[in-house]
Every structure is written in structure tokens, then in C-alpha cells.
Design a protein around this ligand. Sequence first.
Ligand code: ZN
Length: 238
Amino acid sequence: MTDHARALVLFSGGQDSTTCLAWALSRYAHVETIGFDYGQRHIVELTVRPTILEKLRELSPDWARKLGEDHLIALPVISTVSECALTRDVAIAIQDNGLPNTFVPGRNLLFLTVAAMLAYRRGLTVLVGGMCETDFSGYPDCRDGTLKALQVALNLGMATDLALETPLMWLGKAQTWQLAQEVGGEALVNLIRDETHTCYLGERHWHDWGRGCGECPACALRMKGYREFMQHLTEDLT
Ligand code: ZN
């Protein structure tokens, strides 16, 4: 059953946000997308976005009808004020505070605030993001409590009634593939595997779980999740 709400999905071109986009298309009447260019060194994420949008439209006439405008917003301010392994050419490592140096402090808070500003103008009432507590890195701005507090702050601050949906919040990586299977079948799983980009180093070498360097934490996590998912599929068939 389609919810008549109009949604805005934070869409980076990665596995998680593409899964969220498909989830939103299977659920809401109208869906727009927003992406951010903040000088991330894996800029390749941004270049795969238009291809993914086009292929999602090809996958389903219903999704093609629902999928509206894509908004790409430049946020150079992020690399101006913060230094991290995603915007500088340094090795990925764990910092003294226990967080990886890929953590960009406040990034998701800023993304969601800008998304809420755009949603206000576009008449969209649901924000969808791929934040997830089961993520290996434990980014504090991906936590459920952070996002619930932000939803309250945004609605108080803008006199709106925005809902902030995070369908992946409690899912492991294999379950995220499972969700893709549920909302779009094998065709969507293959699209996500072949077209999305997750690798921190921006490399696009081909593997059975998709493209990437195969070594960085994001690639390792993606590989593990995909293999677990495939193993469950095989077990279900036998
Ligand atoms: Zn990688």
C-alpha cells in the first residue's frame, strides 16, 4: 500500500542509501533525492548517482513515475572546518577517542538540516537516511538517539511535522541486502551490487560483491555482508 507522503532520500550512490531509495520508492507516492559534494575523496560516489537513478527508473515503471528531482548540493564548508581521512589523503586509522579518522564530526547533522531546509521548500514531509547503529564504526551521528533528537529539533525550529525515517538503523549488512531483495527482487540486488559505490579509497576493481579496493574497512564490511546474504539465499534454496 502506498503512503501518500512525499519523501526526500539522502542519496550518496552507496549501497545503503540506494537500498533506502528503493525502500522509499516502494512505499511513498513521490520521492526526491539529495546528495552532497563536500570534497570527499571518494568523489566517484557522486558520479555513479545518475546511473543508479536511471537504472532504478528502468527497473520499474511505478518507480519511474514516483522518482522526482535529484538535488546535488555543494557543501565545501565541511572540508574547510574539519580534517578527516575522507577529505584528505591520509591512511584510515582509529583515533585516540576510539573513532576512525573517517568520521566527519557533525556531518550527518548538517546533511539532515540542509535536507530539511530543502524538504521545506519542496513540500516533502519525510526524510529518509541510511544511518545505521550496527555499522562497524559506531559513528555517533548515526545513532538512533541522535536522529530522534534531531527530528525534534528540526520540527521545533522550522514549525514542521517532518518524519525522519532510518530503515537500516537496526539491520546488519546481510539484512540490508535482504531488504533490497524484498523491495526489488534479484534485479535490484544486482543493480546495487554492480552500480553502487562504497569503497573509501574510491577504487572500482570488480569483485563478486561489487566494486572497490577490497581492503578498506568499507569494502571489508560490504564483502562480509554480501557473502552472508548469498549464503542464506543458498541455504533457503536447499
Ligand atoms: Zn575499499
